[in-house]
Ligand binder design. Structure first.
Ligand SMILES: [Zn+2]
Length: 142
């Protein structure tokens, strides 16, 4: 699929089918509400059977959000487009540890009650499992 209707912006590609809207929810906090965007769902794909894809005009995804999305779907690719050309292709790597981005699911964790910035070790990559450095709770981000 070509980058029609998108001269400058971000394409988030190779999301597993059904993830498009979930991804949009995550992006809402980063978007200012004026961006033109398109969500493609159930696009036939060789890599996966079907995939979802989002194109956002005049918006460049930051590294933290790219990492977050890679934790939800390790196979995603992010393309940054300028003047109709893909200038950057990001295959976000799952890091060994992360800070911030995701809230600890343990509601009694001090990162939730005292406002500490959550920090996690990545315990496994398939599926992605995070271990909170404060309360040692392990979970798969959603
Ligand atoms: Zn915790």
């Amino acid at each position: 699929m070509k980058t029609q209707m998108l001269n400058n912006g971000t394409v988030i590609d190779h999301m597993p089918e059904g993830m498009g809207f979930h991804c949009l929810d995550i992006l809402k906090k980063r978007l200012n509400g004026n961006e033109t965007l398109i969500v493609f769902m159930n696009v036939p794909s060789g890599k996966l059977k079907k995939k979802d894809m989002i194109k956002i005009q005049d918006f460049y995804l930051d590294e933290a959000t790219s990492t977050y999305l890679s934790l939800l779907a390790p196979q995603i690719t992010i393309n940054i487009i300028k003047d109709g050309v893909v200038t950057k292709k990001i295959n976000p790597e799952i890091p060994h540890e992360i800070k911030g981005i995701i809230s600890c699911v343990n509601s009694r964790c001090i990162t939730n009650t005292e406002g500490y910035t959550p920090e996690y070790d990545i315990r496994s990559k398939e599926p992605v499992t995070l271990k909170c450095k404060y309360c040692e709770f392990e979970f798969t981000p959603k």
